[in-house]
Design a protein around this ligand. Structure first.
Ligand SMILES: Cc1cc2nc3c(=O)[nH]c(=O)nc-3n(C[C@H](O)[C@H](O)[C@H](O)COP(=O)(O)OP(=O)(O)OC[C@H]3O[C@@H](n4cnc5c(N)ncnc54)[C@H](O)[C@@H]3O)c2cc1C
Ligand code: FES
Length: 366
């Protein structure tokens, strides 16, 4: 009996000692104090150590693309760390090529700031701004897709290239206990600098899309930062082949709106792939663009419509089939694709089979 009491007491004492040691360790080892952050060898900041590099940069109002909100799953938050980044973590490796590793590229959301650190980022990221925008209107496009129009604060403007995206912050709400940023392509034209339009699809149990579809109302304020991205309009005279499915229509709309606003005279074809007629949207607007733009044709195609269904007179089949069938070969073409990975991979194949050069195919996968 005595042995049991002594053993129990000993375990309790040892556990208590461990708990105290862990608390002390957390308060001392985890407390890195203030450290110096140097960016591009010219800008210096004194910051509190202990957070991820991504969060530290955000607290200094420097916004790095972070489509997954810092979870280490998108691979967008790359920066070069020249000094003080510590060893590369296993969570970073799937996103870094050997060339990037040799160039000291790291995922900023995975690296903790523990000591003085020197990093390099593209200069344009210093132009990324954060806005408290107001939801001016919400339009239901399909059962699962909404178009939102935001007004920037009085006197503030955004400059971006058509095709780029912004990040929208989903705040805490009932059922969500983490703030996250998610990427959304801008659908409006860059000529309109005081407003932004986004097209956002609902993802069941998705943090940001549940916020947008079930909580956000007209008049609400949202935090948006941007612009980001290297998918954008190329200023050439090549024929443009545009392909999108679902919310991938957003950046294509920005390209088309930009061309309309600037009276750009280029041949453009837009293949919009959907499953059923209910998944298509803004058809009247694309018809209007056919009448307004210099040489634009809109080609909707449905993959889940029966061959004998006479209610649909447009193309049938997947969007890559429409390209196989309709695209005329020409040695001066460039393509803009936006949608899920599977669609992009099959369309790239169809385009290269038709002679479109791979380096002239631009895409955003989401
Ligand atoms: C450059 C870029 C531009 C983008 N532009 C747009 C845009 O214009 N419109 C738009 O609606 N989205 C766009 N996205 C996708 C968007 O950033 C989010 O990933 C998406 O809205 C889901 O966010 P969430 O927080 O609701 O879901 P999360 O909380 O991130 O995800 C919840 C769960 O759903 C899964 N999931 C996430 N996304 C999808 C999906 N699309 N389909 C099925 N399952 C999914 C996740 O793996 C997870 O298990 C873009 C992404 C990128 C990288
Ligand atoms: S923010 Fe997505 S991997 Fe870092």
């Amino acid at each position: 009996m005595n042995t049991i009491i002594i053993s129990t007491a000993s375990i309790t004492v040892i556990t208590a000692i461990f708990a105290v040691l862990l608390t002390i360790a957390d308060r001392t080892i985890g407390n890195y104090g203030q450290v110096k952050l140097t960016i591009n060898e010219e800008k210096e900041y004194t910051v509190d150590g202990g957070s991820s590099l991504l969060s530290t940069l955000i607290s200094e109002k420097i916004f790095i693309p972070s489509a997954c909100g810092g979870k280490g799953t998108c691979g967008y938050c790359k920066v070069q760390i020249h000094d003080g980044g510590g060893p590369v973590l296993a969570t970073e490796l799937p996103f870094l090529s050997q060339e990037e590793l040799d160039d000291h590229v790291r995922l900023s959301c995975q690296c903790k700031v523990k000591q003085d650190i020197k990093i390099e980022i593209p200069d344009e990221l210093f132009n990324v701004k954060e806005f408290e925008a107001t939801v001016e209107s919400i339009e239901v496009l399909t059962d699962t897709i909404k178009k939102l129009r935001f007004r920037l604060p009085e006197g503030e403007e955004i400059s971006f290239k058509p095709g780029q995206y912004v990040q929208l912050k989903a705040p805490l709400y009932e059922g969500n206990d983490e703030e996250v940023y998610r990427a959304y392509s801008i659908a409006s034209s860059p000529t309109e600098k005081t407003h932004l339009e986004l097209i956002i699809g609902f993802v069941p149990e998705g943090i940001a899309t549940t916020y947008v579809h079930h909580h956000l109302e007209e008049g609400d304020k949202v935090t948006i930062n941007g612009p980001f991205g290297d998918f954008y309009y190329q200023d050439t005279d090549a024929e443009m082949i545009m392909v999108a499915t679902g919310t991938g229509v957003a950046p294509i709309l920005s390209l088309l709106n930009y061309m309309k606003d600037n009276d750009i005279k280029r041949k453009a074809r837009f293949y919009f792939g959907a499953k059923t007629p209910d998944d298509l949207f803004m058809l009247d607007y694309f018809k209007h663009l056919e009448e307004t733009l210099y040489d634009f044709k809109f080609v909707p195609t449905l993959s889940r419509i029966k061959d004998d269904d006479t209610s649909w007179s447009g193309e049938k089949g997947r969007v890559n089939n429409a390209i196989d069938k309709l695209l005329e070969e020409n040695d001066n073409q460039e393509a803009y694709l936006c949608g899920n990975e599977q669609m992009i991979d099959s369309v790239v194949k169809s385009l290269t089979n038709k002679g479109v050069k791979e380096e002239k195919i631009y895409y955003d996968k989401f």
